[in-house]
Design a protein around this ligand. Structure first.
Ligand code: CU
Ligand code: CU
Length: 335
């Protein structure tokens, strides 16, 4: 690749790198910074890992399909500290202690037998976008120490969001209560390396006492739709630091789910064109040969792509303020 062609990639990675090392944003808005266009010295044209993360990246690989037609799923709600960027922790509300919650997978026709246990000190709930069910029966608040059980049949294939539906929903989502549920068509999809990317935002302010290092939700920033971090799988630019390694020309399938709560994802892979995109729950390709596709807040899409040759291919939300805030990663094609 020529240096000219690499320049946007280098700048992109440099921005992601800057964001990772930025200290926690204070509650009062700092003066706007003009990022330098000069790539950091440790950036190797986007083809080498940048620096080192203080925690391992969240595994982006999709869980395998299972043959079970009765899928028993039990999730515990806990309030927990999570890492949202290198060296930055956040007082989150979680499904099973992680943000996003576990990636779930089922096949069309499966019965989801779901139990939700609330170990948190406040009411929470669970809304599965893959379900067709009366919210007034299933998506009700579960009190602290209590649990809820319901069943539904996953009738529609796709990449679905699940999230806490307790009011104010924006607060519960912004604090980390979401995840992805993949529903496969009965016959499955063609063989491919499969990855799951859940995009979401964090709106932060310093929390707790003077010794507290964790951040917590800034409600005014949320209402103003001005996130400090936009992430794939809950951490700013984690796959720029730890690229996802794939083979050149191998078929890849990316399940992209957008939890928001506010920002549309303009999903794009630099240096590639999606061969097929399945919008939301379609089982036949909605689009072929496309460069960028919006994944709405509360929606999902399935992207199929092959990387032409060895090298580093950033994936981004092409809404570049969001990429600068962390909605960036790298697919590294390596023989
Ligand atoms: Cu909640
Ligand atoms: Cu919803």
């Amino acid at each position: 690749m020529s240096r000219v062609r690499l320049l946007p990639v280098v700048i992109l990675i440099a921005f992601a790198c800057r964001q990772e090392r930025r200290p926690a944003a204070p509650a009062a808005a700092p003066p706007p910074q003009t990022p330098s266009a000069t790539p950091a010295a440790d950036v190797s044209h986007g083809e080498a890992a940048i620096g080192s993360a203080d925690t391992a990246a969240v595994d982006p690989q999709a869980p395998p399909r299972t043959g079970a037609t009765l899928r028993r799923i039990r999730i515990e709600i806990r309030h927990a500290k999570v890492t949202i960027a290198n060296g930055v922790s956040y007082d989150a509300w979680t499904f099973d202690g992680h943000v996003p919650g576990p990636v779930l997978r089922a096949t069309v026709g499966d019965t989801i037998d779901f139990t939700l246990v609330n170990r948190a000190p406040m009411p929470h709930s669970m809304d599965f976008h893959a379900a067709e069910i009366a919210p007034s029966r299933a998506y009700v608040n579960v009190m602290p120490g209590d649990s809820l059980h319901y069943r539904y049949v996953a009738r529609v294939a796709g990449a679905f969001l699940y999230h806490c539906g307790t009011a104010p929903v924006a607060m519960h989502i912004a604090n980390g209560m979401y995840g992805a549920l993949i529903v496969d068509p009965k016959r499955g999809r063609p063989a491919a390396r499969e990855f799951v990317l859940v995009q979401s935002e964090f709106y932060t302010q310093k929390a707790g006492g003077p010794d507290s290092t964790a951040l917590a939700l800034d409600w005014q920033k949320l209402l103003g739709q001005a996130p400090d971090y936009v992430t794939f799988n809950g951490r700013s630019a984690q796959y720029a630091t730890a690229p996802i390694v794939v083979a050149p020309q191998a078929p890849l399938r990316l399940y992209v789910v957008n939890a928001g709560p506010n920002r549309v994802s303009a999903f794009h892979v630099v240096g590639a064109i999606f061969s097929h995109v399945y919008l939301d729950s379609s089982v036949t390709p909605s689009l072929s040969g496309v460069q960028t596709v919006d994944v709405p807040v509360g929606g999902g899409a399935i992207f199929e792509v092959r990387l032409a040759e060895p090298g580093a291919y950033p994936f981004v939300s092409h809404a570049f303020a969001d990429a600068t805030k962390g909605a960036v990663g790298v697919l590294r094609a390596k023989e």
